[in-house]
Design a protein. Structure first.
Length: 256
């Protein structure tokens, strides 16, 4: 069994290949090094942590595609549209970060403060700004803007059985590439995320609520007013993900 990032009648791209290549691209780009240095200086965040956050977000930006509700279509032969997979990617990534020991809450105010550039929120919730929100927003310009994040409830988080080996390979890659202590447990948690989803834990509840609150938090008028440094950071990281995502996908999905 395979786990797909894309499949049509003429080409296909496996999810582990896509995720690892996009993360590798992000890690090699000069833009990543430049942005990491600037974010580190402006926000007082360790440069290695910034760089690893960008690489991690790039590796997990499409992890939502591993869910059965998407892969069922792939198995039938064609899966080109994964509507709201980025919301599911946020949920799975949030679960992974929570289980890896990073603090997360589903508070409406939390995201609003981050978007507003609140200094304490930025210090406490740097991974929202550099991982979760860029993943959530990496497609919004291409589809229906912020409306694409609107969900009443995050459902059907079952991972397709054929995607477990794929997640293992992404985990192995992250073990080799991540350098900071904050992410030391992430690869192991990623490998076991399928089992975690089947448990009734606080992590699942918080991650679901976080994703469900994205639209209202981001579109709240105070969140959209003004230009904060955190908004620039989110757009910059999302931009690197999109740059590498497009590059890798265009090469892999070229019609044979």
């Amino acid at each position: 069994m395979s786990c797909y990032a894309y499949r049509d009648s003429q080409s296909e791209e496996l999810l582990d290949f896509h995720s690892i290549e996009v993360a590798g691209c992000a890690g090699r780009r000069w833009e990543t090094e430049a942005i990491s240095g600037k974010i580190s200086t402006v926000l007082g965040i360790d440069r290695r942590l910034v760089r690893d956050s960008i690489v991690l977000a790039s590796a997990l930006h499409d992890i939502g595609k591993s869910l059965m509700k998407y892969q069922t279509e792939c198995v039938r032969g064609i899966c080109k549209s994964f509507w709201q997979h980025y919301v599911d990617s946020v949920v799975l990534t949030a679960i992974i970060l929570l289980e890896a020991g990073l603090p997360l809450s589903s508070s409406f105010e939390r995201i609003k403060k981050i978007l507003g550039g609140d200094k304490q929120a930025v210090k406490d919730y740097w991974f929202d700004m550099m991982i979760l929100l860029p993943i959530a927003l990496h497609h919004y310009h291409q589809i229906e803007g912020y409306k694409s994040l609107k969900v009443s409830e995050v459902k059907n988080l079952n991972i397709y059985s054929g995607c477990y080996p794929c997640l293992d390979r992404i985990s192995e890659y992250l073990t080799s590439i991540l350098t900071v202590e904050e992410f030391s447990r992430v690869p192991t948690v990623l490998r076991n995320v399928g089992e975690l989803i089947n448990k009734d834990s606080d992590s699942i509840s918080i991650a679901r609520s976080y994703a469900s609150n994205l639209y209202s938090s981001i579109t709240h008028r105070s969140s959209l007013t003004g230009l904060s440094i955190t908004k620039v950071v989110i757009e910059s990281v999302a931009g690197i993900i999109n740059l590498c995502d497009g590059y890798v996908a265009s090469r892999a999905r070229a019609k044979k």
